[in-house]
Every structure is written in C-alpha cells, then in structure tokens.
Design a protein around this ligand. Structure first.
Ligand code: SF4
Ligand code: MG
Length: 324
C-alpha cells in the first residue's frame, strides 16, 4: 500500500536578522531532514516541546510554505511536481485545523456562510452548498440555528466545530490537527476526540495529530514521532514510545507528564531542565547532548542517525543504536 502521506528528508531554514546587526543574517534550521510515512485511516502523532519545529512542519505539510529540500508525496504524488489543478484538488483532500479557529473565522460572517465558502471556491452550486453545509453542521453537533450565528457569540468548542465542519464539507482525506484541542477544557476535548473517531469510522479519514499533549496522543494515536530541534529523534508505535522508549528525550518527555495515570515507563525520572539550545547555532554532534543524562563523548562529535532498533521502532541515539 502506498502511504497517504510520504515525507522524505525535508528541510526548512529561515534567515533572521541578527540582533547585533553587525553580523548580518543568521539562519534558523527549523526542520532538519525529517522523514516519515502516514498510512490511510491511521492516527499519527507528532510530539515535542514548543519551538521544536512542529508548526513549521505542519505548514510545510499543508503546502502553505515549501520545503527547501526533500519531498512530500500525497497519495504517491510529489506535491512539488503537481500541476496547478492537481494541487487545487490536493488542498481539498488535505485540511489543516489550528488551535484557535477564532483567528481564521471571518468575524462578520455567519458561520454557515464561512463553512460553505470553500465549496463555492471549488465550484459547487448554491443549493448543493446549502445542503452540504447543513449536513456537515449536523455531523459535528451544531444545530441548524447556529447557521446564522457569528463566531463571537460562540464558545471555543463550538468555534472548533465550525472549523471542523468547514474542513468536512470538502470531503478531505487527511486532517492535520495542529494543537487543535489545546485551548479546550478536558470535557470538550473528550467530546471532540469522540467526534474525530466517529468521523474517521464514517469517512475513512486519516489524522495527523500535532501536539505537546502526550496523554492525548497516547489515547488516540497508533504511531508517534518525537521531534526535537527540527529533527525526528524517535518514531515508533504507541506502545514502543510509552513502554520502551529508545531516546533519552522521549524518556524525559514521559517523565514530565503529570497526567499519565500509570507510568508505563518507569525507572528514574529524567528531569528535563534548561531550554533547548538555540536552533541558530546548533552544536555539532547530537543536539540533545547538553540536556542528556546519558551523553557520552561520541555524542558531542557525531550526530546519531535515526536507526531502526526493532522492526518499526526507530531512534536517533548512540546508546540504543544497533551494533555496527
Ligand atoms: Fe543522549 Fe548521546 Fe543519545 Fe544524544 S546520542 S540522546 S546525547 S546519549
Ligand atoms: Mg508550535
């Protein structure tokens, strides 16, 4: 089977003005050689601290920005090589849901109109648009009365439902959920997770959850990628990540989750102190060295590759690397 999404060695670097203007421009390596595959109908999780490059990655995946190098394939087709028409269709199949839809819902437009807007762009007639908007609203648990409401009078959860309905009318195949539930209270989060589950069962959707919330990701995802300073440091099935983590950074993240009722991963808690180093001046070797309790001399010299430790379980660490 061809994965619905294939990400192959993508990089993204931004130039920033140096504060001491003197030195001119500096470069921030936001995404550094990231590769992973997502299969149809799967729930793939992408976790990491803020600033690790998750949001940059979500913009690259949804082609809001283009990577400097590497390739992203949607249903086996390289997005960079698509014709304008193909890319238009791809955008429809590929929806991005952000944390606070408030900023992307036009404030003066009744939400029913907002939900239908993309359909008009894709050439759907008025009558059909109206029907599909009503159907999508019913699916996400909004009532027909909500059609004429403005975003300002709605709760964060309702606005997120509007946003989901807006994505759904386009009959997407892949939803990228970038901290989509982070601003909601746990009850509403639970309701929306149930909604996502129902929508998946009905429409065969694929989800890419981008989140800092490990407990949530554990609940819904089958595979998880852990990102640190623009790189994937671990990719494994959910059991692998939680019961047999192969990277010290993953262990540290797990130790830092107070809401994990039982701690699948036990041993010494790894404390994660200090900020990650600036992505501007990355030291040679493993970029986790400064914070890593297991660091060795090699770590400062040689950057570990993402090795397969067991079938389907990859980690980028010299300690768990298979013997050469
Ligand atoms: Fe720690 Fe070294 Fe592994 Fe990096 S390669 S995570 S510094 S042990
Ligand atoms: Mg972010």
């Amino acid at each position: 089977v061809t994965p619905i999404l294939q990400v192959s060695d993508i990089t993204k670097t931004y130039s920033v003005k140096d504060r001491a203007r003197f030195f001119g421009k500096q470069h921030v390596q936001a995404v550094r050689g990231v590769s992973f595959d997502v299969y149809q109908g799967d729930n793939f999780g992408l976790v990491g601290e803020s600033g690790c490059g998750k949001s940059t990655l979500s913009r690259l995946l949804s082609w809001v920005e283009e990577p400097d190098s590497g390739a992203i394939l949607f249903e086996g087709k390289n997005i960079a090589e698509m014709t304008g028409r193909e890319r238009f269709g791809m955008r429809r199949g590929f929806q991005l849901l952000l944390q606070d839809p408030y900023n992307c819902l036009p404030p003066h437009l009744p939400v029913g109109r907002t939900i239908g807007m993309a359909l008009s762009i894709h050439g759907v007639g008025r009558k059909e648009t109206a029907e599909r908007v009503r159907a999508a609203m019913a699916e996400v648990g909004l009532s027909p009365d909500d059609l004429h409401r403005l975003p300002v009078g709605m709760s964060a959860g309702q606005r997120q439902r509007v946003n989901i309905a807006r994505a759904l009318v386009l009959e997407p195949k892949l939803l990228i959920l970038d901290e989509t539930l982070s601003a909601l209270d746990p009850v509403e989060q639970g309701r929306l997770l149930n909604l996502f589950e129902r929508l998946q069962a009905k429409h065969g959707l694929t989800y890419l959850f981008i989140s800092h919330d490990l407990a949530m990701v554990r609940r819904v995802c089958t595979r998880i990628a852990v990102m640190y300073l623009g790189k994937m440091v671990e990719i494994a099935d959910t059991g692998g990540v939680f019961y047999d983590p192969g990277h010290p950074y993953t262990k540290a993240l797990l130790s830092a989750v107070p809401t994990l009722d039982e701690r699948p991963y036990r041993t010494e808690d790894v404390l994660l102190d200090g900020e990650p180093p600036s992505p501007i001046d990355l030291p040679p070797g493993c970029s986790f060295t400064a914070r890593c309790p297991e660091a060795m001399t090699t770590c400062r010299i040689k950057e570990p590759a993402l090795w397969s430790r067991q079938p389907g379980r990859l980690a980028a660490c010299h300690v768990t690397a298979p013997a050469p």
